[in-house]
Design a protein around this ligand. Structure first.
Ligand code: NAD
Ligand code: DAU
Length: 361
């Protein structure tokens, strides 16, 4: 039975990935989820799998070398899928340090622990071991002026925010380990994900939550920044396909081929909410275009991201399966059905975060 060590599995993409993997492989795999449970980590995301005998949760910090080495020493890990990170650009602008500590130094700890556990005394690594580093298209910078330009795996790195700079640094460390030690790894650089269990600091769940409660919908700048949206389950599938069918040592871009301006996304959310909410639902009365409020732009705001997922399609056979119209409907239906989830994650610290982040906008 193959054993996976998933870092950051209690976050948005990590928890969707764990659900996807159990759906696909059932009891043929074992997953160890290592997560320190920051504000973004939520074990409620995994309550459906918590009791499975082939699932283990370990609360540990990827910056804690001893704790991570112990997990490798006590388990014969075949696959590492490394999601754990500080992931929100706005937070990185306010407080860059933790982004470097977790995203750069934490990744270094993961690489060293896997290398130590997997390397053979005679050189090289144990057969079949693989590390996948989950990264972002933001490392490539911004496609500002040319609407026909795309991010390719060969696009030079040009990160702008402290978040993307920290992810770029971690990518370079993984590349260095592959080049220097022939460490068996892949890197995936993905576009914006959407779907269930996303923390409402990110555009889509934040707008859904605010619209339902009649709060302003804060649009940064002119609302015309473009993101390339990918349904999270398609991303999970892409990660698994890269690890099993991709060529080792390669980077693969994973993107939805689904570019939309932020303001378009907000209109789609409002329309879909009105379509899905029954007339009798009291939240329906709150949903209105009048909530749209243009606010001060994000500092250093990247204008456009767009991935050409040609390489992953050609070499791995992956393509984005979920049309945005279908994915956003499923996503909004999930948030409507999971009011308690939203209430829980927005209680406590979230209110303070929201006030601090949006007070001067
Ligand atoms: P998230 O913020 O929802 O989840 C991050 C998880 O990592 C949380 O469970 C958190 O508790 C955990 N974590 C943070 N610091 C940790 C530490 N020091 N030790 C152990 N666990 C720690 O993030 P996400 O949106 O699910 O993103 C997951 C990964 O995918 C990140 O590496 C991110 O850079 C990358 N990514 C995200 C997107 C996106 O659209 N969300 C797109 C491309 C790439
Ligand atoms: O491209 C991949 C990246 O996508 C990931 O690496 C990051 O982890 C993930 O957070 C995401 O980054 P973005 O900055 O693109 O996502 P965010 O949801 O924060 O913002 C999406 C767009 O919406 C962006 O142009 C900023 C804008 N925005 C965001 C918020 C939270 C608003 O206009 N208003 C808001 O309140």
């Amino acid at each position: 039975m193959r054993t996976y060590l998933v870092t950051g599995g209690a976050g948005f993409i990590g928890s969707n990935y764990i659900h996807y993997m159990f759906k696909k492989y059932g009891d043929d795999i074992r997953i160890i989820n290592v997560d320190v449970l920051t504000y973004a980590g939520n074990l409620e995301n995994l309550k459906d799998v918590a009791d499975k005998p082939n699932y283990t949760f370990i609360k540990a910090d990827i910056r804690d070398r001893a704790a991570i080495e112990k997990i490798f020493a006590e388990n014969d890990i075949d696959r590492v899928v490394h999601f754990a990170a500080e992931s929100h650009v706005d937070r990185s602008i306010e407080n860059p340090e933790v982004f470097v500590e977790t995203n750069v130094l934490g990744t270094l700890v993961m690489l060293n622990a896997a290398k130590k556990s997997w390397e053979l005394p005679e050189g090289g690594f144990k057969e079949g071991k693989k590390f996948l580093h989950v990264s972002t298209d933001e490392v490539y910078g911004s496609l500002d002026n040319d609407p026909d330009a795309y991010f390719y795996e060969t696009t030079p790195y040009d990160p702008h925010s402290p978040y993307s700079a920290s992810k770029a640094s971690s990518d370079f460390l993984v590349k260095a380990y592959m080049d220097t030690y022939k460490f068996p790894a892949n890197i995936t650089n993905c576009s914006n994900n959407y779907g269930p269990y996303q923390f409402p600091e990110k555009l889509i769940p934040l707008m859904i939550n605010n619209a339902l409660s009649g709060k302003k919908l804060p649009v940064y700048g002119d609302g015309k920044n473009v993101r390339d949206w990918l349904y999270v389950e398609d991303h999970a599938k892409g990660i698994d396909m890269v690890q099993e069918q991709g060529n080792l040592f390669e980077t693969y871009n994973i993107g939805g081929h689904n570019e939309k301006q932020n303001i378009e996304i907000i209109h789609i959310i409002l329309d879909t909410l009105l379509e899905l909410l029954p007339e009798s639902d009291p939240r329906r009365g709150n949903v209105s275009e009048q909530l749209i409020t243009y606010v001060t732009d994000r500092k250093g705001h990247d204008r456009r991201y767009a991935i050409a997922p040609d390489k992953i399609k050609a070499e791995v056979g992956w393509y984005p399966e979920t049309m945005f119209a279908e994915g956003i409907k499923k996503t909004i239906a999930w948030y409507l059905e999971n009011e308690d989830w939203m209430a829980n994650v927005t209680s406590g610290d979230y209110q303070k975060y929201y006030e601090d982040m949006y007070k001067n906008r």
